[in-house]
Design a protein around this ligand. Structure first.
Ligand SMILES: C[S@@+](CC[C@H](N)C(=O)[O-])C[C@H]1O[C@@H](n2cnc3c(N)ncnc32)[C@H](O)[C@@H]1O
Length: 253
């Protein structure tokens, strides 16, 4: 616990600035989308300053949270505000599972998931920012966690093997995907048949949730995007026990 606190303290110091515009090399490679995928998006000059001016199925995509925001992800009050321990219980995790933590950031969620799957399970912690994966790996080393593997993805693909994952968890990340169609299509492919994917998003329906608009998503919008033809996902359930987020879960057909 002491080690973990020191890590938090160090990252908090490092992260005194919070930037939404910090992009990494993995993203740069994907700046020119294929024309087919591009047809799925619209672009507007006038838009929310926290968004990138690119719209998918009526929703504006948010800026990616840069690695200098690690201090915010690691804030000590986060458990009280978001009850991540309740989230992990609600995900019905079994020991031995392979879970992909997409947009893992500095690894707050991966660490919680690693305990739930036990020694025989594995967490594939995917992010597009190498700095996030460096922070995650240092934390796992300090805590002696051996079942979390960092994976550097791109803005269009998490780079996971097809049909290998039991559960995909996306905490506060899907709304930041630059290419939500191809990301979700690739994610769905990585699931085993009957595998689940959980969208953990701040509730747009609740004006009391203190998060910028483009960083929130309504349950209806999540369903609209997940149920697009070709992803082969079907709606399973919504977990509503968290103070600020809803957890909308789909299953691979
Ligand atoms: C707001 S942070 C959330 C981090 C973590 N899930 C948590 O709750 O502590 C969003 C993370 O998603 C990552 N991200 C954004 N787009 C991504 C993509 N296409 N694939 C993987 N990670 C992505 C960002 O780099 C960032 O680390």
């Amino acid at each position: 616990m002491t080690v973990f606190r020191s890590f938090c303290f160090a990252t908090l110091l490092m992260a005194s600035t919070f930037t939404m515009a910090n992009r990494c090399h993995a993203q740069e490679k994907d700046k020119t989308p294929s024309s087919d995928e591009n047809k799925r998006y619209t672009f507007r000059k006038e838009h929310d300053p926290n968004g990138i001016g690119k719209f998918y199925l009526g929703r504006e995509i948010a800026h990616v949270m840069g690695h200098l925001g690690i201090g915010w992800l690691e804030r000590p009050e986060r458990e009280n505000e978001e009850r991540l321990s309740v989230l992990v219980k609600g995900l019905k995790i079994k020991p031995g599972m392979t879970i992909a933590d997409i947009g893992a950031g500095s690894g707050v969620i991966s660490v919680l998931l690693s305990k739930a799957v036990g020694e025989k399970g594995e967490i594939l912690a995917v992010d597009i920012q190498p700095e996030m994966l460096d922070a995650l790996q240092s934390k796992c080393k300090l805590l002696g966690i051996k079942n979390v593997k960092g994976v550097l993805g791109t803005t269009k693909s998490p780079g996971l093997e097809e049909g290998t994952v039991d559960l995909i968890v996306m905490v506060d990340v899907y709304h930041e995907f630059d290419f939500p169609y191809s990301m979700l299509n690739e994610l769905a492919k990585s699931l085993k048949k009957g595998g689940r994917i959980a969208f953990v998003e701040y509730r747009l329906e609740d004006p009391k949730v203190p998060i910028k608009l483009v960083h929130k998503m309504s349950e209806a919008q999540v369903k609209k995007e997940a149920l697009v033809e070709g992803h082969h996902l079907k709606y399973k359930e919504t977990f509503r026990e968290l103070p600020r987020q809803h957890v909308v879960i789909f299953e691979k057909e």
